[in-house]
Design a protein around this ligand. Sequence first.
Ligand SMILES: Cc1ncc(COP(=O)(O)O)c(C=O)c1O
Length: 378
Amino acid sequence: MRAVDTNVQVPFFRYSHVFGQHREQYMAALLRVLEPGAFILQEDVRLFEQELAAYVGCKHAIGVGNATDALTIVLRAAGIGRGDEVIVPAHTFVASAAAVHWAGATPVVCDIAGDNLIDPVHAESLVTSRTRAIMPVQLNGRTANMEQVLAVAARHGLQVIEDSSQALGSRFKGRCAGTWGRAGVFSFYPAKLIGAFGDAGAIVTDDDDLAAEVRLLRDHGRSGHGGEVQRWGMNSRLDTVHAAVLRVKLRHYGEEVAHRRRVAAIYSQALSGIPGLWIPPGPADSDAHYDVFQNYEIRSQHRDALRAWLEQRGIRTIMQWAGKGLHQFPALGLRAHVAEADRFFKECLLLPMNSSVTDDEARSVADAVRAFCVDGNQ
Ligand SMILES: Cc1ncc(COP(=O)(O)O)c(C=O)c1O
């Protein structure tokens, strides 16, 4: 094993890199919007929606303010509200459940399976006469086994709304995250796979009626012509400046994914087979899954000591969402018996994973993790 480079400094994320990477193209895109004052629902929004729909392989994409709004809007558009229950995995950002709450329904917290994503068997056991939908959450750039999720939904007549905020371009059996259920959503928060220079999100669907309803709800319930208000709506439009930037990002997204998969391969190669360390499947490990590695999340029973060890070496890691599941925030009052999720949140840790991580940095991070686990430093 190589000696660990004690001088390495690997931040978790380099925010300045986000703009620096394709600076000239961003400036051209921004000027195209700013100079004519094309701020709200202008050409770049329409074009980004078209390009995003083509990229994921569905009929409609509708740009909105962020993914939390996207979920809230799509639930409301799908007719889900007061008195209804929506099954959501414990392992997700609070936004998934918050959207259910703000749609007026009740989030019901479900356990995760061995892949750290929604457990369809536990989900099925939670179905009641009030359940209207299941919300699988496609985390870390991986799509859940959607055949199993759709089978549960079909048996009980439930809608499937995918929170694919972290999974643009990820596929299961060749089909993109977000396109399996009635609708899916994406987040373009700056640290996401494609990030805007602020908040942004989108909804994708093949359903013409749902798409039309979503377009109304994102813009005050107004129809495009004459401003006639047809429902109570929200103001959650995708800003044209963000759409222009996202179009640049989408053009370069193939390179971004290739980079992330290369970093994941370096991690996976160096860290596979270490007792007590769980690592995600590598990029070449499955024919069914195509992962885009929004994050590279490992599990260790010595997580806190490992984290401190990496920190001492200038390697920054993160426990997603304060290291807590939905049911572990007392203020939300969400109770759940989710043994696997409870274990997961004691063990999970995100290693640096983004387009600024170099191959050498990835090797240094992997070496440091290995040194902790294998050389008896734990
Ligand atoms: C799984 C998941 N769902 C929802 C969201 C909310 O996205 P946004 O910040 O665009 O509202 C995020 C963002 O972190 C997320 O990771």
